[in-house]
Design a protein around this ligand. Structure first.
Ligand code: PMV
Length: 365
């Protein structure tokens, strides 16, 4: 059984040679046909996967508490077209330089078809905590699946698993499923050690990391359809070093165990924010976001740049906080006045990105 079959993705390639198809059959089936002059036309597929934003629970999730993330409108689009040679963004494709992509092509799908011209377009700030590598993996998974089998159904859970494995492969075996699950499923996703009250269980994920096996319950929360609010992300322009920030928090907790209280407080705020979100109580969601930012400051993961963007948007927002690992990266505001918030972010030196709350997940375009 190859990796594709192991994941339950058992499609017959539409173009290119199937895993088990004899070469002679493949060549015969691709001979020019006078009645169907398009037989040799090159195939093209486009797929899109959204980025994500953590609303509550970053850092606390590392200690088993829940994290709540939503898919955002911006994301990564991949275009694959059959070609005579392997290229990516017009340059020769060197697989070792693109671990997510080569893992999906080779390890997951065992792709044996024509060379591909790969085009990538990202609407996400990179290294900013918006899940750009997860979106890339999910869009690539969807696009490869579809170029191999035009009838293949997109199964978002399977794509989330593929994306998670690709992330782990590219990140020395360490990756939580938060980014890939949110990008694949869309909407609002809760990741925790155990299923969280008030959520719907979608799948369990596990991974053998260098520190031992880790397990997560991935759940979703249905957001009310008529939410009258927007998210505005503000990028500080500084990269967010997730590994460094997580290590810094671990050191802080080791030196001062009273800081575990901040983690417990974040977990309580997360539960309150989640309940408010499910009920469409936007004021309460905003209050929880403000409270969460204060706790994140106390564990040392905010920065002067993040604080200054958060302060700048407060007069026009229901709530605002840093999102993701901190240190740099982005803050996020919940607001009914997205243009005003975007302007405030720009004036304060950041780059804004407006999104709905909980966009759709991975899709074929
Ligand atoms: O900035 P991001 O998207 O890498 O978020 C990191 C979230 C943390 O809780 C800090 C780390 C993690 O693995 O969940």
């Amino acid at each position: 059984m190859n990796h594709l079959q192991a994941l339950g993705l058992n499609g017959t390639p539409k173009c290119g040679r199937a895993f088990n198809q004899p070469l002679a059959d493949y060549i015969t089936s691709h001979l020019p046909n006078p009645h169907f002059p398009n037989t040799l036309a090159k195939d093209m597929v486009r797929a899109f996967a959204p980025g994500k934003c953590i609303l509550f629970g970053e850092h606390a999730v590392v200690y088993g508490h829940p994290a709540v993330a939503v898919a955002i409108d911006a994301g990564v689009e991949i275009e694959l077209s059959e070609s005579d040679s392997w290229t990516i963004e017009g340059m020769p494709f060197e697989s070792e330089k693109h671990p997510h992509i080569s893992h999906i092509l080779n390890d997951v799908f065992d792709y044996g078809g024509s060379p591909l011209k790969i085009k990538i377009e990202s609407g996400l700030f990179s290294a900013a905590g918006l899940g750009s590598s997860a979106a890339l993996s999910n869009a690539m998974g969807a696009a490869v699946l579809r170029i191999m089998d035009s009838n293949a159904e997109l199964d978002s859970v399977k794509l989330a698993r593929i994306g998670h494995a690709a992330e782990a492969k590219a990140q020395s075996g360490r990756a939580s499923p938060t980014d890939t699950a949110t990008s694949a499923l869309g909407g609002c996703v809760v990741v925790a050690g155990n299923q969280v009250r008030g959520t719907k269980h979608v799948f369990d994920a596990s991974m053998v990391t260098p520190e031992g096996e880790r397990k997560w319950s991935v759940c979703e929360v249905e957001l009310p359809v008529d939410l009258d609010a927007w998210l505005v992300l503000g990028f500080t322009g500084i990269g967010s070093p997730t590994g460094e920030m997580v290590a810094g928090v671990a050191k802080l907790l080791e030196e001062d165990s009273s800081k575990y209280q901040e983690m417990d407080a974040i977990a309580m705020i997360t539960q309150a924010g989640l309940t408010a979100l499910g009920a469409g109580n936007l004021e309460a969601v905003g209050i929880a976001m403000d409270a969460c930012h204060e706790k994140l400051q106390k564990i040392g993961v905010s920065s002067p740049e993040l604080d200054s963007l958060v302060e700048a948007v407060r007069p026009h927002s229901l709530g605002a906080k840093l999102t993701g690992a901190g240190g740099g990266g982005c803050m996020v505001a919940l607001t009914q006045h997205p243009q005003r918030v975007a302007e405030a972010i720009e004036v304060a030196g950041g780059t804004p990105l407006i999104s709905r709350l909980g966009a759709d997940g991975v899709r074929i375009l």
